[in-house]
Each structure stands twice: as structure tokens, then as C-alpha cells.
Design a protein around this ligand. Structure first.
Ligand code: FAD
Length: 335
């Protein structure tokens, strides 16, 4: 166990805060031992994966556990599908590549999303028309209060758009140790979303495969999103808001170019469009700002403080609210 450790290398925003205590954890039992140890009973514990969905706004008073619980095991296998149990500390993109290599379909559209497998159910990660909930069977998690293992069915996880029970009612109460996936051996390609088909068309002689889809997604993402290794960021800072049809039609009168996607109950409006129209794209304030190609991404050019990014986020939120009467909710977890 280390104390007073800088977390700069452990969050993709690159925010330089310190954790009072810091430990790497590589087994479920190791995690349980800490939970049951009297020394840590009253201490705030944060289980951290890749740090790609957090904004540290101050030093962390407590224990940061860096999740390195690894392992991929086949638990069921037949002609049609394979079931995999994956340790929560496995890298998400490495897991996707493992599936693509083995011709297991279902996660190829989620290529290049940073972070760990264990954090994927937290906000039901999604991209290019696919959400991780589509392939999750169960989630294994250990209770913070008594170290007991609980297995959550997909229904019990209460997945929603960038939501789950772990981000809502059970926030901070469970540590996810493994995720059980059900993947198909008969790919049902989902290439209608975004530019995937267009990128695939650039190589007309290549046959459609999981590898081709994964590579197309990687190419598109690399052209659109800033690489956290170069500019600190946590991907989309806000969720795309859903508004009522009535609200949408009223706004359309004043903003005829406003895009919207029907959701069944209302309309989803791209948060990036709202932020860009409110004049924030490329805005810079010292070491922090709004990315100049993607208004949904707040950035730390180096040396920025989490508190300043939070304050910028609130100002963006207010200006969008004033202009469109739409409240943006952050996707990133403030810590
Ligand atoms: C460039 C970039 C692009 C991105 N693109 C996407 C995208 O397309 N779609 C998308 O959905 N997200 C995207 N994200 C957000 C992010 O990658 C995902 O939310 C990812 O799942 C976070 O994983 P992590 O391991 O880094 O989580 P962390 O940032 O380490 O943790 C996030 C939160 O989850 C908690 N947590 C982490 N692991 C566990 C666990 N095992 N048990 C309990 N709680 C846990 C943490 O305590 C924290 O509160 C992007 C981020 C970046 C930087």
C-alpha cells in the first residue's frame, strides 16, 4: 500500500491530484480482504479502472484501488454462441480484439472505447448503434459493506442509456469483479450507423468480417475523437438529452437545422450540436477548453485543474439551458 500517490497517470484527463492511499488489486479475494479489514471499514474506497470516465476535482481522501483483476474463461460453448467470464480489470479494447480474433460477434462496434471491462456495465457503454447490455448475461460484484458476492442478471442491472443501477441506486455500494458475456458465432453485422458502411466501401474487395467492422470503427473514432495520450479528455462529457416531441417542435421553429432522433417517447438531440451552436466549440481558457473538432469533449491541454473543468462544464450547461431550455447531464463521474 502506498500513500500520497499522484493519480495523474491513472486518469485520462491527466488531472494531477493525490490519493491518500493507493493499491493495485489483482484478485477478487484480495478485494474482499480489504473490504473486511477493520482498517478500511470507515475509509472511502474508489475502485478505479482506466480512469477514462472520471473527473477528479480534488485530492482523494481515502483508498484508490486500481483494478487489475484479469482473466478470460469460456464458460459455455456451442455452434451458435460462446459465453465468456471476463475479469473486471481486463482492458476493454483488448477484450474486443480477443473477440474479433476468435470470431465472437457482438462487441466489434465497441472497438477502441478506453477503460476496463468492469466499468463497461457501469454506464452501459455504447457506440455505433450497440450497447454493452446487448451482450451481457450477468455481472458479478462484491458488496462494499460485507464483501459478499452478488450476481446481477442483466435485468437487475437496470441498464439504460449510459446508465445502470451501479451508477444510480447502488453507486459506490458494489465493486464489479467480473462480467459474463454471451457472444454470437453467427455475426449479425450492424453497419448502418455513422460512417461504418462508407469506410467499408473504401475497400470493396474485402469481405465483410468482424475484423473489417472493428477496423472501420477504429478508423472513424481516430479521426473524430482526441487521443487521451495526446490531449487529456474523458470522451463525451455530457449525455445526449432526450426531450419531449412538443419541446422539440417548438425549438425547431427557431432552430430549423436542429437534429433529433426519435426514441419512442421523445427526441434525442445531440449534445455536441447544442454546445457547438451555443458557441463553445474550440473555446479555450488557459490549460483547459472545449475540443476544436468535437464540442462534446472537454479537454485538458496539460496542467489543468479538475475544478476548472467542472466550472467550465457548468457554464456550458447553463448556456445550453438558457438558449434551448434543455438541461445537459454529465456522463463523466465527478470525484
Ligand atoms: C477518448 C474516449 C472515448 C470514449 N468513448 C466512449 C464511447 O464511445 N462510449 C462510451 O460509453 N464511453 C466512452 N468513453 C468513456 C469511458 O471510456 C467508458 O465509460 C469506460 O467504460 C470507463 O472505463 P474505466 O475503466 O476507465 O472507468 P473509470 O474511469 O476508471 O471509472 C468510472 C467510474 O466507474 C467506477 N468503476 C470503475 N470500475 C468499476 C468496477 N469494476 N466496479 C465498480 N465501479 C467501477 C469508478 O469508481 C468510477 O466512478 C470514452 C472515453 C474516452 C477518454
Amino acid at each position: 500500500m502506498l500513500s500520497d500517490v499522484s493519480l495523474q497517470a491513472y486518469n485520462t484527463f491527466g488531472i494531477d491530484v493525490k490519493s491518500e492511499y493507493f493499491m493495485k488489486i489483482d484478485s477478487e479475494q484480495g478485494l474482499r480482504n480489504i473490504i473486511l479489514d477493520d482498517r478500511w471499514k470507515e475509509v472511502n474506497i474508489l475502485l478505479l479502472g482506466g480512469g477514462s470516465n472520471v473527473l477528479f476535482t480534488q485530492n482523494f481522501a481515502g483508498l484508490v484501488l486500481l483494478n487489475q483483476i484479469r482473466g478470460i474463461a469460456i464458460t459455455k460453448d456451442n455452434d451458435r454462441e460462446v459465453h465468456l467470464r471476463v475479469g473486471a480489470g481486463e482492458g476493454w479494447h483488448a477484450f474486443v480484439q480477443y473477440c474479433v480474433d476468435h470470431n465472437y460477434a457482438g462487441v466489434e462496434n465497441l472497438s477502441l472505447i478506453p477503460g476496463t471491462v468492469g466499468a463497461a456495465p457501469m454506464q452501459n457503454i455504447g457506440a455505433y448503434g450497440v450497447e454493452v447490455k446487448d451482450v451481457i448475461e450477468t455481472v458479478e460484484a462484491i458488496s462494499r459493506s460485507d464483501g459478499q458476492l452478488r450476481i446481477f442478471s442483466a435485468a437487475e442491472c437496470q441498464f439504460g442509456y449510459r446508465e445502470s443501477i451501479f451508477k444510480q441506486r447502488l453507486k459506490g455500494k458494489y465493486f464489479i469483479t467480473a462480467v459474463n458475456f454471451r457472444l454470437s458465432k453467427q455475426p449479425d453485422f450492424n453497419i448502418s450507423y455513422g460512417d461504418i458502411q462508407k469506410v467499408l466501401d473504401e475497400k470493396p474487395h474485402e469481405s465483410l468480417s468482424l475484423r473489417a467492422v472493428s477496423e472501420a470503427v477504429i478508423k472513424i473514432r481516430q479521426s473524430k475523437l482526441p487521443d487521451p495520450a495526446k490531449i487529456g479528455n474523458a470522451g463525451s462529457f455530457f449525455k445526449n438529452p432526450e426531450i419531449t416531441l412538443d419541446h422539440f417542435h417548438k425549438l425547431k421553429l427557431n432552430y430549423p437545422t436542429m437534429p433529433g432522433y426519435p426514441t419512442g417517447l421523445g427526441m434525442k438531440v445531440p449534445a455536441g450540436w447544442l454546445i457547438e451552436q451555443a458557441g463553445w466549440k474550440g473555446y479555450r481558457e488557459g490549460s483547459i477548453g472545449v475540443h476544436d473538432r468535437q464540442a462534446l469533449v472537454l479537454v485538458n491541454y496539460g496542467g489543468g485543474a479538475g475544478e476548472d473543468i467542472k466550472s467550465l462544464a457548468f457554464r456550458i450547461q447553463k448556456s445550453v439551458q438558457d438558449r434551448y431550455q434543455i438541461l445537459l447531464s454529465p456522463e463523466v463521474n465527478f470525484i
